[in-house]
Write a protein that binds this ligand. Sequence first.
Ligand SMILES: C[S@@+](CC[C@H](N)C(=O)[O-])C[C@H]1O[C@@H](n2cnc3c(N)ncnc32)[C@H](O)[C@@H]1O
Length: 341
Amino acid sequence: MDIENVSIDEITQNIQTQTSVSSESLLGTDRQNDLDKGWHDTDRKAIHEDYWGNVVYREAKARLDEGELSFDELWEHLNIHEFLEGSAAGRKAQAKSAMRGLFTNTASENTAASGAALHRNCIKFMHKGHVGDISPFSMCSLKRDRMLTLLSRFVKPGDAIVDLGSGWGRYSTLFAHRMRDVSIYAGEISEAGRATTKLISDHYSLGIGSFAFNYYEWNGLLSVLKECKRDRVVLFSNFSIEQATYINLDLYRDVLALGKQIQFVHIEPVGWQTLPSQDALRFSTPPARRLGPGQGYNKNLLVVVKKLADTDAIKDVNVEPNYIAFGNIRNSGTLLTFRSN
Ligand SMILES: C[S@@+](CC[C@H](N)C(=O)[O-])C[C@H]1O[C@@H](n2cnc3c(N)ncnc32)[C@H](O)[C@@H]1O
């Protein structure tokens, strides 16, 4: 999508024809999540406290307490564990493996079924519009490889990366482990997510600056950016702006007003917000209209980016729908990159 050749009205109309929106919220408001029956940040936080705490933190702690494990072994293990235990597709793959009757010993059935599931091509994968089926093992390698390859285009020694909505630290820990002379910060709303990042960072001396971050209250982010000695910063997000039904234009304006050289790299499921094209819509689904204007995954990121581009606050905008998906290819990540002007 070439953002220069469409108007903000076209983008807005396209969004309005596909889902229910509050037009006053399309550029964000201070407390958008106070919208009646809206998705509240407290609810989103609670969901992830439970998920990261029970599925990932507990496992990371148990594995690290058990003994020596390299960073890569732990990272792979957590990604695979999260898939097998935390997703419906993972549980189904385990059940199928167990059902084949290969394992009779009940005590070891779960472990054996998990082991067999690792080799099943049970995950849909999409990269740059190409789709295939892969196993959890391949998913792990591809997540690591695709993301490091992507970031290598934008990150230079001496930069900082700030991972927004960083979850348990899937990418912040990977970047910190792989990139030399790059300062890594991880902003996350859930304490369980931050605790997991800190556990891994401390164990492997990764030096990640973990901080409390909420898309609706970004003063903490501004403080981190001000205190960071690096002038060039990559602001990265992977499927986390999705959690804010409306992202606030002022978040971007305030970040840009700091005067640093900021490169934005977002991977977010907003392909449906680009002008309707059969391809974008095949792999991206708008939030159901019945949810009403205040609920559902993000509905305005493209509007905010277009507004920033129209006011010359940013340049080099690139929007690539159908960029990447692991699992639900109907909710694929669009790659959005742009930088401060
Ligand atoms: C789908 S997860 C993605 C996590 C991580 N980026 C990754 O790729 O593994 C979405 C993350 O956004 C966080 N989140 C939810 N609401 C948020 C908000 N209002 N502000 C900041 N982060 C939020 C969640 O706690 C969760 O960690």
